[in-house]
Design a protein around this ligand. Structure first.
Ligand SMILES: Cc1ncc(CN)c(N)n1
Length: 232
């Protein structure tokens, strides 16, 4: 791939290119009816509780995936973006996040010990497990990490934006991922993913693009399940 900057051509990363190219599915994942219902204050509380309990299961499976990225970042020679520290700080936040889910569950009267994963949660967790394999390129894994976090950041930030009618009791939930600090964290992940993609082979780039699309599909399925649409 020719990475030479061209005069007058703005320097755009591959992730921005994909966000534009796949804008329909990206918008489907970040402006899903479940999110729009939080934002307009009409969300069904049983749907919210379903999301909370299934997401707790997801986050537990997310930990080994992020840990696998620390290992891959440490093994590769180029750490010009401080990858290990960036990923490690995400791992530390997941530790807090698991406690946060437990507190939220008790606040909403959800017993996490009896929750069974529904099919979209199982499928998404299996996908994460496959990504932890040493055979999966660091580039593909980093891109997936960025995409997974960014969908939540963009979705929940929308619930806090101008004109939102998010119920006060759900504001803390939206703040967890919708805050500006987490937005900055997602930007740091995006820089790392773009840098990896710049140096990747064509084969790695096409694998990463397929993985990006799969993340978006899994996110949409996850919201569908949370919303309780027929079939789940
Ligand atoms: C399904 C899902 N996607 C993303 C995130 C953000 N870590 C999450 N908690 N759950």
């Amino acid at each position: 791939m020719d990475v030479t900057p061209k005069p007058g051509v703005p320097c755009r990363g591959m992730t921005d290119t994909w966000l534009k190219k796949h804008t329909l599915i990206y918008t489907g994942a970040t402006r899903h009816p479940f999110i729009l219902a939080i934002r307009d204050g009409t969300v069904d509380i049983s749907a919210f509780k379903r999301w909370l309990s299934q997401d707790y299961i997801f986050v537990r499976a997310f930990v080994p995936f992020v840990a696998s990225l620390v290992v891959k970042a440490w093994k590769k020679s180029d750490d010009s973006h401080g990858d290990v520290e960036v990923i490690l700080s995400g791992l530390a936040s997941l530790n807090d996040e698991i406690d946060w889910f437990k507190k939220q569950a008790s606040k909403w009267g959800v017993d996490l010990s009896v929750v069974a994963p529904q099919k979209p949660t199982q499928d998404y967790c299996r996908f994460l497990e496959n990504l932890t394999s040493p055979e999966v390129d660091y580039t593909v894994g980093m891109m997936a990490y960025w995409a997974i976090e960014t969908v939540y950041q963009d979705s929940f930030a929308h619930c806090l934006g101008e004109g939102s009618k998010t119920p006060p009791e759900l504001e803390e939930v939206c703040q967890r991922w919708g805050n500006g600090g987490f937005g900055n964290y997602c930007s740091a992940l995006q820089s790392i993913a773009d840098w990896c993609l710049l140096k990747a082979t064509d084969d790695e780039v096409s694998k990463a693009e397929v993985t990006f699309l799969r993340v978006l599909e899994y996110e949409v399925e996850f919201w569908n399940m949370s919303r309780g649409i027929p079939g789940y």
